[in-house]
Design a protein around this ligand. Structure first.
Ligand code: PRX
Length: 658
């Protein structure tokens, strides 16, 4: 019987706080889950205490479970704000993810079960994946890529994406994965910032049944990126590639397939950069967050093992694209370091219909699902009878990541997808943190819907005021981390000053996450959202300033201010207030196309308000607080007396969006 689709409630930060304050459900793990869990409550307490009291002993123990070509001399060298972990040690992440697991007897175990949007399925065992990565590493070396180089990847979610990442890791080149939904301009900026010599892309990838032509974008970006010497192209869809520059463009299958499948993994310094990943901040252009080898490996290994309670027979599926940090840490590195069987899916959750995820879970017998609240809310909107048609009984654990999950969505996920049987872990972390920072451990802690949970091992969070005063339970404040942790970012590529200022300078001496949070009397943290000008749209991080810069680069626009508006599915929607050049008229469709061209479709404004003036103080500062209220359709509250012309607010509030 068809159900009426449920409309999820809006999720503003305030709604979320209100819902949480009235949320007193506490859901303990079942006895059956607890009996088999890797980490019990007592284990957590003991390990957490040791991780803070004796960090050297704790982290040496974890790192010692992995292979090192040379042992470290010192666990941590901390010269605020610069940390080095496992100083003097040498290791290789790809070796630990592949060779080590083959040696431990996992050679015939499935490493990757990949499903294309078109239904194609490819499976790689650990032994096969090792051979493919060796071939790709030989190919990269043959192309002149050496340790320390940067390689940009602009790929669909296909096995070659993971293979290319691991091949870079194997030779010590840092990969910089650019999400396939980013535009030519965004890709070119990232190649230029990293000064990559090599770009790895594909002819196209499938999205909602249509090929998305990546090579065409790569060609355009190459014109703007003089550092590029070669483009290696994976044939994914067979879409004709009209542009082929002899001597520069190479087919992956021509270059990689003929290589030897033997390759000795390089012994790399612990602090050798493993990857750069660009992410948005509140100001300026996206930052190239730098992660290094040893600490990132140890952090993702430990968190994947404990948060997902990985057992040998699990089939683990993280739905994130490798273009985001979740795809790095929890689709590739963390699970492969733990010899897990990883499911990867190339396409959209609603292709050919909203049952696709459940169909994948049913066919591949997925046991652990890790996805984003925005997806859960979209599924909720389409009704529970869709997942109800599938056999989801293989699932035993669910995870959420990327944005605050409202208690309604949490309960729906737990009840409809998890059958009230599977614990839900809500994991808070960031591109910069490299691995999960706050969560519950599924066999150790009860869950509280909407609240991320407690600190992971070695993580010492607290809440502070802007002035650096610590706050007690019940108070809302700024989430900070008081000491370094192995998988933390090391710097912003090419801009250490920005690293110092953005993360360790905002409140002196502690890591400033940019999120507001609350802590209850059990020590559970509830994240209420960003406190800066960073938006979270469908779990994707966007800087308001980036979108503003894109808008003002349009010839019709003289000024723009962008804010977020609560959205029942996306979490936040993009609202742009735009002032036009004198004598120009507005073409909203063209403005949206322009933002797509400059950044990518993910940044396209949902609403555009053509304004005559913006609310500014006498000194010219735009008061975004008021714009947020107008965008949300809320009453204007707060002191408007500092505005140069308070009448602007009423005018804006009565201007319809286009
Ligand atoms: O605001 C927080 C939100 O996402 C931001 C980090 O975004 P990004 O670097 O793209 O990484 C996303 C995936 C790790 C954070 O500053 N965020 C992430 N996870 C959660 C969250 N907010 C609430 N609850 C979460 N579980």
């Amino acid at each position: 019987m068809a159900q009426t689709p449920q409309q999820p409630k809006p999720t503003t930060a305030q709604d979320h706080i209100d819902a949480m304050l009235h949320e007193n459900r506490v859901i303990p793990p079942s006895d059956a889950f607890r009996a088999r869990a890797k980490v019990s409550r007592e284990d957590y307490e003991r390990m957490y205490r040791q991780s803070l009291d004796d960090p050297d002993g704790f982290w040496s123990g974890v790192a010692g479970e992995l292979h090192w070509m040379k042992d470290w001399d010192q666990v941590l060298d901390w010269q605020l704000p610069h940390a080095q972990w496992f100083v003097g040690g040498q290791t290789n992440v790809a070796y630990n993810a592949l060779d080590r697991n083959v040696q431990r007897g996992y050679g015939d175990k499935r490493a990757i079960v990949w499903e294309g949007e078109d239904g194609e399925v490819r499976t790689y065992t650990y032994a096969e994946l090792l051979r493919e990565v060796c071939k790709a590493a030989n190919a990269l070396e043959g192309l002149g890529v050496v340790a320390g180089d940067r390689v940009t990847l602009y790929l669909p979610l296909i096995p070659e994406a993971a293979i290319a990442m691991l091949a870079c890791a194997r030779i010590g080149a840092a990969h910089s994965v650019v999400f396939g939904g980013f535009s030519v301009a965004a890709l070119a900026d990232r190649i230029n910032n990293a000064q990559s010599k090599l770009l790895i892309t594909a002819d196209a990838g499938y999205r909602r049944g249509k090929p998305v032509t990546l090579k065409v974008n790569a060609d355009e970006a190459a014109k703007l990126a003089p550092s590029l010497e070669k483009i290696l192209v994976v044939k994914r869809t067979g879409t004709p590639v009209d542009w082929w520059t002899e001597g520069r463009d190479l087919w992956w299958h021509d270059v990689v397939d003929r290589q030897s499948d033997q390759h000795e993994a390089a012994a790399l310094d612990s602090e050798q950069p493993l990857f750069l990943l660009y992410t948005s901040g509140s100001t300026g252009t996206p930052k190239g967050v730098v992660h290094t080898t040893g600490g990132y490996m140890v952090g993702t290994y430990l968190t994947t093992k404990t948060v997902f309670d990985l057992q040998d027979d699990d089939v683990y599926w993280c739905t994130a694209d490798v273009g985001w940090v979740t795809g790095h840490s929890y689709s590739v590195y963390g699970p492969l370091l733990n010899a897990a069987t990883v499911v990867m899916y190339e396409g959209a959750p609603n292709h050919p219909d909203w049952g696709r995820f459940w169909d994948i879970i049913q066919r591949h017998r997925v046991t652990i699902l890790y996805t984003a609240p925005t997806a859960i809310r979209a599924f909720m909107q389409h009704g529970e009878e869709i997942p109800g048609r599938y056999d989801l009984s293989s699932l035993r654990l669910l995870g959420s990541v990327g944005e605050p999950i409202n208690p309604e969505a949490w309960m729906w996920y737990w009840r409809v997808i998890g059958g009230e049987r599977c614990p839900v872990v809500d994991t808070w972390w960031q591109t910069e943190t490299g691995s999960i920072m706050l969560t519950t451990l599924p066999g150790a802690h009860p869950s509280k819907p909407g609240s991320a949970g407690v600190p992971m091992f070695g993580i010492e969070p607290t809440l502070m005021t802007h002035e650096g005063d610590e706050l007690g339970p019940g108070d809302g404040g700024l989430l900070v981390i008081k000491r370094p942790w192995p998988s933390m970012l090391r710097t912003v590529y090419g801009d250490d000053e920005r690293y110092r200022k953005s993360y360790w300078g905002e409140i002196g001496g502690v890591y400033f996450a940019g999120d507001g949070a609350r802590r209850d009397s059990d020590g559970y943290y509830t994240i209420v959202g960003r406190v800066d000008d960073v938006l979270n749209v469908s779990g994707h991080r966007l800087g308001t300033m980036e979108i503003e810069s894109a808008l003002v680069s349009h010839p019709d626009v003289s000024e723009a201010a962008v804010v977020g508006r609560p959205d029942p599915v996306k979490g936040e929607a993009v609202v742009a207030f735009v002032l036009l050049q004198d004598g120009h008229s507005a073409d909203p469709a063209d403005l949206r196309r322009h933002v797509s061209r400059e950044i990518g479709a993910l940044a396209r404004p949902d609403a555009i308000i053509i304004a005559e003036a913006l609310p500014k103080t006498r000194s010219g500062k735009i008061m975004r607080r008021f714009l947020r209220q107008i965008a949300a359709g809320n009453e204007i509250t707060g002191d408007t007396s500092t505005l140069e012309d308070p009448a602007v607010l009423d005018k804006l509030a009565s201007t319809p969006a286009v």
